[in-house]
Write a protein that binds this ligand. Structure first.
Ligand SMILES: [Zn+2]
Ligand SMILES: [Zn+2]
Length: 270
């Protein structure tokens, strides 16, 4: 599939698209809730008593926008290679593979993204990496949608690359891949906006990742809580967590002798 466009045109289109979505549409929703309806926060906000300071809010907006633009310029270059020069393993004819394979490729693409998202994220919570890199994303303990990409640029490039890689590894229809990338963007928005939205089947509530920003070293998963359940890193009720409690789902139990058998609290439901 060739559109006959030049490299700079792909980059320009990618930059225009991402800014229209992230700054334009995202900014509009953000303004509606965080400015116009700020006084009604109890009704719509997950952490209704906590807002980022003006300084942190502006920092997240600038850093998030900078990172989004870096990634979309890179995506523009990759899209140019994919469409004009046949890079990648994407295909355009549905009949090239069976429907069973189409579903399988969708599942494999999801598994690839979720596996990298979980382990790179959980790895970012190990001492040195946390202190020097991932803690930037955790400056925002009451996240807003600007914080999707407000992180250390190195970490952002790493996260962007495992979204791109499946297109080069797994033979996949362009439509399937476009759907997965859209899903990643929508879930990123959903999880960081700090606004009570509906619970998404399999994904759960966006309180899951909001709690990650609030309690730090728990709830590392992205599209679902599967790997957190395997590694026992889902937040537990009654446990006390802070930025220095590097022990996943265990947290610190205050006065465990008083709780006895209940010292390991039940997993939170999201
Ligand atoms: Zn984190
Ligand atoms: Zn986050």
């Amino acid at each position: 599939m060739q559109f006959g466009l030049a490299l700079w045109q792909y980059v320009l289109l990618a930059l225009a698209g991402v800014n229209a979505l992230y700054v334009g549409l995202g900014g509009l929703v953000h303004w509606f809730y965080y400015v116009k309806n700020k006084h009604k926060a109890k009704r719509w906000k997950i952490q209704s008593d906590k807002f980022l300071s003006k300084k942190l809010d502006r920092e997240a907006m600038l850093l998030g926008t900078l990172n989004m633009n870096i990634a979309s310029a890179g995506f523009g270059v990759i899209a140019w290679g994919v469409f004009e020069h046949g890079w990648s393993r994407l295909y355009y004819d549905f009949d090239a593979y069976s429907w069973d394979y189409t579903l399988l490729s969708m599942f494999l693409c999801w598994l690839f993204i979720e596996t990298f998202a979980f382990y790179l994220h959980a790895g970012g919570h190990i001492g040195w990496f946390y202190k020097h890199i991932h803690s930037v994303h955790h400056r925002y303990s009451a996240p807003t949608f600007w914080t999707i990409s407000a992180m250390h640029p190195l970490e952002w490039v790493l996260h962007s690359s495992y979204i791109v890689l499946p297109a080069f590894i797994i033979p996949m229809h362009l439509g399937v891949y476009a759907m997965m990338v859209s899903l990643v963007f929508i879930l990123g928005y959903w999880d960081h906006c700090g606004i009570k939205f509906v619970r998404i089947p399999l994904h759960g509530s966006n309180k899951f990742h909001d709690d990650h920003h609030k309690y730090f070293h728990v709830n590392f998963g992205f599209t679902c809580s599967l790997f957190d359940r395997i590694h026992d890193t889902v937040r537990r009720d009654g446990h006390h967590y802070n930025e220095l409690s590097f022990n996943g789902g265990k947290g610190k139990v205050r006065k465990p002798e008083e709780l006895g058998e209940r010292a390991v609290g039940p997993l939170m439901e999201y």
